[in-house]
Design a binder for this molecule. Structure first.
Ligand SMILES: C[S@@+](CC[C@H](N)C(=O)[O-])C[C@H]1O[C@@H](n2cnc3c(N)ncnc32)[C@H](O)[C@@H]1O
Length: 305
């Protein structure tokens, strides 16, 4: 696997970011891309998808839903809810002091089936002045997120929407396992789109690039995942994880005036023990209060630049 290979999930769903309309995915185009990169395992998965010239969208949705169910398993095992909450709670405390705007809106970009926001709504008791809004292009995943939230009577909302063109004020953007899907210019654009709506902070948690990440990911996916696409893209995600400098450069190029630093981002001798890190973006005016507010966690946060 190589970092320039595309993830299969990104090839199987094509959504217009403006109209949110789903476009037909042509089998020959997907096959040509996979052939160009020599992605034989992915080509076998695509051969199993019914449909003629156009890949059957209902079958593709089934694959994506099963894969996201398995992805939730990973989010659960890696405690992604707690992971974000340890930074989010102090951030919310600072925002409560520094802005009179209510609700304080937290938007999960590419929320999928909404594990992190549903976890926060179920466990974090953030308060009624906090709004949790998950956005994703995929209506099937959002449908599942909405019905799971309804079943559990959770105070969080999910919308089929482009997270960057919402008609509401966003105070904090967050994401889990999303940032490596944006590459090159679109990574810079990812930060530009967020900075343009003037949030107070960004928290983007993703796989930490290291020599151990693909091996660890392969082991985890062999042990815990069964859906072929989930296994394929899961390991490829670890290969595609952005090195810290790539992420910081893109953030600082596209995402000014926010300042950026990694939490848990320092390279370690045993990277398997710290397999995820979080890129934090923050407005200068609340930077030092935020650093004070995270208290004993401060040594794990690098200096903002
Ligand atoms: C890897 S998946 C989501 C994983 C999910 N965060 C989780 O942890 O289970 C990436 C998702 O990002 C969504 N996406 C990409 N760009 C987006 C945007 N601008 N607005 C909303 N969703 C977006 C895609 O539709 C896709 O479902």
């Amino acid at each position: 696997m190589r970092a320039d290979w595309p993830e299969l999930s990104d090839l199987l769903l094509d959504t217009d970011p403006l109209t949110l309309a789903r476009k037909p995915v042509l089998r020959r185009e997907v096959e040509a891309t996979l052939k160009k990169h020599g992605m034989r395992a992915a080509a076998r998965i695509v051969r199993g998808i019914p449909g003629g010239d156009v890949l059957d969208p209902a079958f593709v949705d089934g694959i994506l839903v099963r894969s996201h169910c398995e992805l939730q398993r990973l989010s659960f095992e890696f405690r992604n809810g707690e992971r974000l909450l340890q930074l989010l709670r102090p951030l919310i405390n600072v925002l409560r002091e520094r802005t009179t705007e209510r609700p304080i809106r937290i938007v999960d970009i590419g929320c999928g089936m909404g594990f992190v926001l549903r976890w926060l709504a179920a466990h974090a008791r953030l308060g009624s002045d906090i709004e949790l809004l998950g956005c994703d292009f995929n209506p099937t995943l959002i449908g599942h997120a909405q019905s799971l939230a309804k079943e559990e009577m959770l105070a969080c909302e999910f919308r089929v929407a482009n997270a960057f063109t919402l008609d509401r004020k966003v105070h904090v953007f967050l994401s889990t396992g999303v940032i490596h899907h944006f590459r090159g210019d679109s990574l810079t654009e990812f930060f530009k789109s967020q900075a343009s709506v003037e949030p107070y902070a960004l928290l983007h948690c993703d796989i930490k690039a290291s020599w151990a990440a693909p091996i660890g990911s392969w082991l985890f996916h062999q042990a815990r995942m069964r859906e072929p696409l989930a296994r394929h893209d899961g390991v490829l995600s670890a290969v595609r994880a952005h090195p810290r400098d790539v992420l910081l450069n893109a953030a600082r190029t596209g995402g000014r005036p926010l300042k950026y630093a990694f939490f848990d981002g320092r390279p370690s001798l045993l990277p398997i023990l710290r397999s995820l890190n979080t890129l934090v973006g923050i407005r200068e005016e609340i930077r030092s209060e935020f650093v004070n507010a995270i208290g004993p966690l401060a040594p794990r946060l690098e200096a903002f630049e």
